[in-house]
Design a protein around this ligand. Structure first.
Ligand code: F6R
Length: 611
């Protein structure tokens, strides 16, 4: 949440910052702002998107070779010009951007108010900046020292970057709990929340760790811990191309990412799954195979769409590995007093690898001695680094705020892990194992076929776009797919959607069914097929409108449903990858038909780095 960008070097900072903010807008788009240093501090900020800020700055003198920029997802204080970052210190010399939440802001504010400070925004950021300023003045210390002292008092999560009018050749940055990447150019440095604003300038980056402070000049990067000891920066090479973060001719990132799925699944399988040889190569699993085999329990922790992937994994691991699985919302797990044993395996699932609740839940499980396996998309992200082992989903950067290709990537990785553990544990027979390897291998081609249905799905979307409520129902492996379908629709089209196990519908939600209620059934051919046919009849008997996602050629449901969307035939274990795609397209086309900004749905942000 919130995107930060900063630059120091010989080039003009503003165009670099502006472009970077546009790339990071997926992290928040309530307001945007920049602060530039050029014979004095200039701060410009505006409620709304980065383009709104850009418009107001036309014709202004924006010359500067050092600057900071921010795109906000509001936590403290409504989206407004005055709450937008960067914030400015009381003496007008310091300016700061911040991503995260200062939890003890109330206490710090009280202390500052007692000393006569006033505040021009409702943000925790302004409080932290003035707290730093106060230490700087009272201790007569330099800014670096003041930041260090202040951060020792701070409870919460932050990345901050500060510029100082009195020290115009230095940026000071620090991190705890929110991401910060520093790009190293020739005589210049780029700072950002992720690598996307940086890759067109340099591929050499340093991921700053928690409790580290960076003192950055054009030609120098010093990293220190909060104890003022130097830390050697670990320089990594980015494995990312510019094309991967551009729209490439599609109207929206979300559509591009949906259509990338044959390739992302192929990349996810590549080098791992060999159906002919009957092998799955995953070093992270192989190196810890005894832990997986002997696990008394697997606990999956995640949020949102990643949590839905966890629910599908629960069915798969229990079926194939015969290991009990619990799937937990990270936000609940971290505050409960969960029973975790040393032999438990924790699988943490995250696209961004930066979700605050998932990170803290991992730390909690680690304290209890659990083994943590990360299933992560963003390479080098916090969760990838704090897990004991893991497997990347290799879906590439996901920029549309609603998760699509990362979800199917998570499913495929989780399926491969389950199969690998099951064959080692001998809880699956060779024939079924080989069959499922083939099924996985065939997924990219089947997804390509599925995507050819896009016009049919668009027609269904146009038919139901004016609905105000909807139900999504599924059973077994398709129940979490229904939950995911409902989440996608809510996010993108703002239509109220509820996901339910199809049989559970009788215990309450059926009261909602009437002629105007679209009910989406995820009803591909599996061991629950007969049962779900009965559930469809129950809805039809009450005049609900049924949209069914079926296996191609399913005459029975075709006759009953008002609209059908076909997916290619597949084993029930891999079918969720296919049945998810119509859910994504349906939500997308309804959102577009309603004229919404599907890549940046209201109130949402891609990377939820606050709890
Ligand atoms: C929904 C969506 C969110 C994320 C959730 C977890 O489309 O994208 O529900 O799945 O915020 O994020 P990650 O996977 O980055 O931990």
């Amino acid at each position: 949440m919130c995107g930060i960008v900063a630059y120091i070097g010989p080039r003009q900072a503003y165009p670099i910052i502006l472009k970077g903010l546009k790339r990071l807008e997926y992290r928040g788009y309530d307001s945007a702002g920049v602060a530039l240093l050029n014979s004095g501090l200039k701060v410009y900020k505006k409620k709304g998107k980065v383009a709104d800020l850009e418009e107001t700055l036309v014709g202004k003198d924006l010359h500067a070779t050092i600057g900071i920029g921010h795109t906000r997802w509001a936590t403290h204080g409504e989206p407004s010009d005055r709450n937008a970052h960067p914030h400015v210190s009381a003496n007008g010399k310091l300016s700061m951007i911040h991503n995260g939440i200062i939890e003890n802001y109330g206490q710090l504010k009280q202390e500052l108010e007692n000393k006569g400070y006033t505040f021009s925004s409702d943000t925790d950021t302004e409080i932290l900046l003035k707290f730093i300023e106060d230490i700087q003045i009272n201790n007569k210390s330099g800014l670096e020292e003041a930041v260090r002292i202040a951060l020792k008092r701070v409870v919460g999560a932050y990345v901050i970057v500060i510029i100082d009018e009195d020290n115009p050749d230095t940026l000071i940055a620090a991190r705890k709990g929110s991401p910060l990447v520093i790009g190293i150019g020739k005589g210049e440095h780029f700072l950002a929340s992720d690598a996307t604003p940086i890759i067109e300038y340099t591929k050499e980056v340093v991921y700053v760790n928690d409790y580290e402070l960076a003192i950055i000049k054009s030609d120098e990067l010093i990293l220190k811990n909060l104890g003022n000891e130097k830390v050697t920066p670990f320089i990594q090479k980015l494995d990312l191309e510019l094309a991967a973060i551009e729209k490439g001719g599609y109207d929206h990132f979300m559509l591009k990412e949906i259509f990338e799925q044959p390739d992302t699944i192929f990349d996810c399988l590549r080098g791992r799954l060999d159906a002919e040889a009957g092998t799955i190569t995953m070093a992270g699993v192989q190196n810890h195979i005894e832990q997986f085999k002997n696990a008394n329990r697997i606990i999956i922790i995640a949020c949102g769409t990643s949590w839905h992937a966890g629910l599908i994994a629960e069915y798969i691991f229990e079926e194939l590995c015969r290991t009990p699985v619990e799937v937990e919302y990270a936000s609940e797990f971290r505050y409960r007093n969960p029973v975790i044993h040393k032999g438990d395996v924790i699988i943490a699932i995250s696209q961004s690898g930066e979700t605050a609740d998932t990170i803290v839940a991992i730390e909690k499980a680690k304290e209890h001695g659990a083994f943590i396996f990360g299933v992560v998309n963003a390479v080098g992200s916090s969760i990838a680094r704090i897990s004991h082992a893991g497997a990347y989903t290799h879906a590439g950067p996901e920029i549309g705020v609603a998760s699509t290709k990362a979800f199917t990537g998570q499913l495929v990785v989780l399926m491969m892990i389950a199969l690998k553990v099951a064959i080692e544990k001998k809880t699956i027979d060779q024939k079924r194992y080989l069959h499922l390897l083939n099924e996985l291998q065939e997924l990219p081609d089947k997804i390509t076929l599925m995507l050819r249905e896009k016009d049919a799905i668009r027609a269904v979307a146009n038919k139901y776009k004016d609905a105000t409520d909807s139900l999504y129902l599924g059973r077994g492996y398709n129940f979490p797919v229904a939950l995911e379908g409902a989440l996608k629709l809510k996010e993108i089209s703002y239509i109220h959607a509820e996901g339910y196990p199809a049989a559970e519908m009788k215990h309450g939600p059926i009261a909602l069914v009437q002629e105007t209620l679209p009910v989406v059934f995820v009803a591909t051919k599996d061991s629950y097929h007969e049962k779900i046919v009965s559930n469809i009849q129950e809805i039809k008997a009450r005049k609900g409108k049924v949209i069914a996602v079926i296996t191609a050629g399913d005459e029975i449901i075709t006759k009953m449903a008002d609209d059908v969307i076909s997916v290619p035939e597949a084993d029930e274990i891999v079918a969720p990858v296919l049945s998810t795609i119509p859910m994504q397209l349906l939500a997308y086309y309804i959102g577009v038909a309603k004229g919404y900004d599907v890549d940046k749905p209201r109130n949402l942000a891609k990377s939820v780095t606050v709890e």
